[in-house]
Design a protein around this ligand. Sequence first.
Ligand code: NAD
Length: 295
Amino acid sequence: KSKGKKRAKAAKQQVKMNAVLGAGIMGGGIAYQSAAKGIPVVMKDINQSALDLGLSEAAKILHKGMEKGKVTPKKMAATLNAITPTLEYSALKDADMVIEAVVENAKVKASVLKETEQAVGEDAIICSNTSTISINQLAESLDKPERFCGMHFFNPVHRMPLVEIIRGKDTSEDTINTVVATTMKMGKTPIVVNDCPGFLVNRVLFPYFAGFSKLMLDGADFVAVDKVMEKDFGWPMGPAYLLDVVGIDTADHAAGVMAEGIPERMQKIENDPVALQYRAERLGQKNQKGFYNYS
Ligand code: NAD
């Protein structure tokens, strides 16, 4: 924490406006968090329906806060007003920092980052919320990789304190300091890590998911596994429920990237039950059906 404070103090740039690319689970959550902590944010997607959903998720969180007496109607209005939904890259031109949170696909991300660099000002910082894709690889799509780094939030963004800030080989210290300062302003706890498959948290989490898959292939019942991890072991949720929260599609893509990046820890699993869920379009909470049903 003290390291974070030192970095935040050393930051030369002050981020007054953020932009988020993608209004899905993560983009919507990041936009909410930025707005709630007083940094206005432009939220860009390619679908109007995704923008509507992103805004309604923010409204839902605020409503819950009001019910608990933690959020005033004035705060709710101010937070929602601070999120500007858009379908246009031109809306990014005044953003000091852009956080990319589109689908976990290296090609899509590379083209989105390229377009972003053309749309923003000279000094704007660009970050990616990728869970697993190499920051050095993504940086190749940019003319100025020194202003780029990973900024990895966790789901649900408004509740999870940690943000991993991933330093690419060309990322400047000024960039890292500014992103650390902004993370703290957004009410989160930053840790700075180097670029490697899965960074810190997913390097631990995905071999755990793989262990869960293997247990199921050995005949274990996922409800029983969740119960043991939650009730008996004391974790807030078990692996099946966590996969539903993360999104089975996102987890499946991420597991593939991890298996390529660290094959010694993540061997490929034949008939992986998680991959089978994905093929059956059971994506978790985002489409109301995953390991569990939510409708
Ligand atoms: P999601 O599927 O909920 O949302 C992705 C959004 O990106 C969609 O609204 C889609 O319309 C939009 N999109 C696609 N192409 C776009 C483009 N060219 N420009 C703008 N928007 C575009 O996905 P998500 O779960 O929010 O994940 C987003 C990123 O965050 C991924 O890189 C993922 O790995 C990462 N991440 C996810 C989690 C998680 O638990 N789901 C946690 C941490 C990080």
